[in-house]
Design a protein around this ligand. Structure first.
Ligand code: ADP
Length: 447
């Protein structure tokens, strides 16, 4: 096992990784920008290194400073968390070149899955069902029109290097195609430095269902069931649950086994998520994330497997602590992403938290680095914490979530807590009856 791990991230996920390291007796190094000098992950780590000014590109994305911090502190591995450098194949390579273990899959697997076109082709080759669409990148109008006519409108144009819900455009008919293709390409070029786009069928009412996988890098692959992340705003997840209310045990086993086999065939190492849209009983692969996800705790709560602990084991060559038959799903878990934002307009609300009281009790987990007196900096993502609740079944989980949300006090800044308090009393949410467009419609109806 590693002696010392440097955590190249901030906020709740830095704390989450730190906790797993402590339980394994691994020393931790926190890195931070000048804006995060007082952060909880910095206070709790064994050592900390300031890596630059507030802007992410000068600190949390500053590869040179991060590698230097590793060398100065003698850390033998880096955990990238999610976001920032977690899916940067070049960074994984640089770590390797410096003799530092990157806690994640190989640079090659990161780069295969980082290009959505190559990822889709790879998935198809591995026997994973994909969304019907173009075989590769599309540059010509005529070709886009031919593919769209073949699969039928509406279609969606997606950037090969897109991420975070950006770089997508829905096209409803042939006369919209030329403009849409051009605009998406130039936007993608500007935003991601890669103007490659592809076309696929636009699914009208799908759910977003993703499968958590782990590979030991030596040819074994397992799945830990699915998460339903259909409640989204602007293609970004807001509330996630496990298991999905839409699947039964047989469907879970079937799609899980397909993903586990693909992971094994790839020789994949570490944690990953295979994302699907699910409509009319069919799964359609959209992408694979080669890292820990924000919503990983719902899986942990119903499997009682610590995913970060397993990542550390695999990366240090110790393999997984469990086999597929050891994975048992028990109960139901829901996560709410709590953002420092107005719950109606979603305008960010940085500032000082004057009073903070998280909920507690049986089945309640709060992953957050904030505290009374903490100043939420304006420079980063607005996620300030996650409330994760587990119950013996979905009904118990929802009622526990309702009372936990009532207990939760965050004063001084605005948060999205009021949105969740409304959602958990809504009939469709209670019934598990929603698709990826449900939340947007709910929000616009409320206006
Ligand atoms: P990103 O990498 O930006 O997260 P994804 O490919 O994972 O992009 O898609 C994000 C979300 O966009 C999905 O969860 C879904 O809501 C929507 N989406 C993507 N592809 C399609 C599609 N073919 N049909 C309908 N919605 C889609």
């Amino acid at each position: 096992m590693f002696n010392k791990v440097l955590i190249a991230n901030r906020g709740e996920i830095a704390l989450r990784i730190l906790r797993a390291c402590k339980e394994l007796g691994i020393e931790t190094v926190a890195v931070h920008s000048t804006a995060d000098a007082d952060a909880m992950h910095v206070r709790l780590a064994d050592q900390s290194v300031c890596i630059g000014p507030p802007a992410s590109r000068d600190s949390y994305l500053n590869v040179h400073e991060i590698i230097a911090a590793c060398e100065v502190t003698g850390a033998d591995a880096i955990h990238p968390g999610y976001g920032f450098l977690s899916e940067n194949a070049k960074f994984a390579e640089i770590c390797e070149a410096h003799g530092i273990n990157f806690i994640g899959p190989s640079a090659e697997h990161i780069s295969v899955m980082g290009d959505k076109i190559v990822a889709k082709q790879t998935a198809e080759r591995l026997g994973i069902p994909v969304v019907p669409g173009s075989d590769g990148a599309i540059t010509e109008d005529a070709e886009a029109k031919r593919v769209a006519a073949d699969i039928g409108y509406p279609v969606i144009i997606k950037a090969a290097s897109g991420g975070g819900g950006r770089g997508m455009r829905v096209v409803n008919s042939e006369d919209e195609m030329s403009t849409a293709l051009q605009t998406t390409r130039s936007e993608a070029g500007a935003a991601f430095g890669d103007d490659a786009v592809y076309v696929e069928k636009y699914l009208a009412k799908p759910r977003h269902i993703e499968v958590q996988i782990m590979g030991d890098g030596k040819g074994a692959g397992v799945h830990l069931g699915e998460r339903d992340c259909s409640l989204q705003r602007r293609h970004q997840k807001v509330l996630e649950e496990a298991n999905s209310p839409a699947l039964n045990a047989e469907q879970r086993e079937e799609i899980g086994a397909i993903c586990a086999k693909a992971v094994a065939d790839l020789g994949y190492s570490g944690a990953g998520t295979v994302e699907f849209l699910y409509e009319n009983g069919e799964f359609y692969f959209i992408e694979m994330n080669t890292r820990l996800q924000v919503e990983h705790p719902v899986t942990e709560m119903i499997t009682r497997i610590d995913l970060v602990n397993e990542q550390l084991r695999v990366a240090s060559g110790g393999g997984l602590s469990f086999k597929q038959q050891d994975v048992k799903f028990q109960g139901h878990a829901i996560e709410c992403r709590i953002n420092a934002e107005n719950a109606r307009t979603f305008v960010p609300s940085p500032g000082t938290i004057v009073h903070y009281h998280p909920p507690g009790g049986l089945g309640v987990r709060v992953d957050s680095g904030v505290f009374s007196g903490y100043r939420v900096p304006p420079y980063y993502d607005s996620l300030i914490g996650k409330l994760i609740v587990v119950g013996r079944n979905r009904v118990e989980c929802l009622s526990r979530l309702r009372r936990s949300l009532d207990e939760f006090v965050v004063e001084g800044i605005e948060t999205t807590l009021p949105l969740f308090r409304d959602l958990v009393t809504n009939k469709d949410v209670i019934d598990g009856n929603y698709d990826i467009h449900w939340l947007e419609k709910y929000l616009s109806d409320k206006e």
